[in-house]
Design a protein around this ligand. Structure first.
Ligand SMILES: Nc1ncnc2c1ncn2[C@@H]1O[C@H](COP(=O)(O)OP(=O)(O)OP(=O)(O)O)[C@@H](O)[C@H]1O
Ligand SMILES: [Mg+2]
Length: 259
């Protein structure tokens, strides 16, 4: 296989429920539909990304936790699971991941466990997409230490927009202290509802915000109940119902990223 160098993109926002997981699942599916080889890494012990891609805990019990743990870690290659779809692989999560923080708390190099463990994967894929939990835990710090690009979903709701200040601060601290290669890839507005005044106002605020300017994706992810429905069926929306607005929005986002 020709050697590649994947773009390493983490989808992050310390605010919960803004569409991180759905963005990882559906952007990954969109990119795979465009012929790109994609590895999804589920770094949230809630396992929503794993389930949303139709998988559950592996029979051998291995997960990304086993790749980054201190005692007898296993090579990432042996934990990669194939999804039902071409070009779309997953490093699944596990509830065990919630113990990582305590386990490595005082250990030297604790921020770089993931970066080291996934280094061999970077040459095998076009994209590595990582989902993060809604907190600045050591798991999230490990993701940001490995990442070169951060994709930020921002819900078109006032509290979500206000929380962006904190997130940008976090990323700049990470850049200063841990990973000088990290950059903000872009901000994508999510849960947009054309009918509501608040949604339109926040979208206008985002578009006028000088901090984002060219970094705000022109693609906007609209509210679409089929998105939640597809997650419940363990299928990315582009495979579940291609004609839905959710599928069209996420394919448009994938195309904007590839352009
Ligand atoms: N555009 C959308 N339209 C309708 N429902 C959506 C949309 N995006 C996400 N959802 C639903 O909203 C909920 C939260 O989305 P998601 O799990 O992706 O957020 P999250 O940021 O990953 O949350 P957490 O911080 O808890 O990990 C889910 O039930 C999801 O199916
Ligand atoms: Mg999530």
């Amino acid at each position: 296989m020709a050697r590649k160098k994947a773009r390493i993109i983490s989808v992050a926002n310390e605010k919960g429920g803004v569409g991180k997981t759905v963005t990882v699942i559906n952007l990954a599916a969109g990119l795979s539909q465009r012929g790109k080889n994609v590895l999804v890494v589920d770094m949230d012990p809630q396992m929503n990304t794993t389930k949303g891609l139709g998988l559950s805990a592996r029979e051998d019990g291995l997960s990304v936790y086993d790749v980054i743990k201190l005692q007898d870690p296993v090579p990432a290659q042996s934990v990669v699971s194939h999804t039902a779809w071409e070009h779309l692989d997953l490093l699944p999560s596990h509830v065990d991941l919630s113990g990582f923080e305590i386990e490595v708390a005082n250990k030297l190099g604790r921020e770089n466990r993931l970066r080291k463990a996934l280094a061999p994967m970077v040459n095998l894929y076009d994209f590595v997409l990582l989902d993060t939990p809604p907190s600045l835990s050591l798991v999230t710090v490990n993701v940001l230490a490995f990442t070169t690009e951060v994709l930020i979903p921002c819900q078109t709701q006032p509290f979500a927009y206000a929380a962006m200040d904190e997130l940008l601060e976090t990323i700049s601290v990470i850049k200063e202290e841990i990973n000088q290669n990290i950059k903000i890839m872009g901000v994508v507005a999510t849960f947009y509802d054309q009918r509501t005044r608040v949604s339109n106002k926040i979208l206008a605020d985002l578009r006028a915000d000088k901090r984002f300017k060219e970094k705000l994706f022109s693609t906007v992810i609209r509210v679409n109940t089929t998105i939640a429905e597809s997650a419940d069926h363990g299928m990315p929306i582009v495979f579940f119902r291609r004609s839905s607005t959710g599928a069209r929005d996420y394919l448009a986002l994938a195309d904007e990223i590839l352009a």
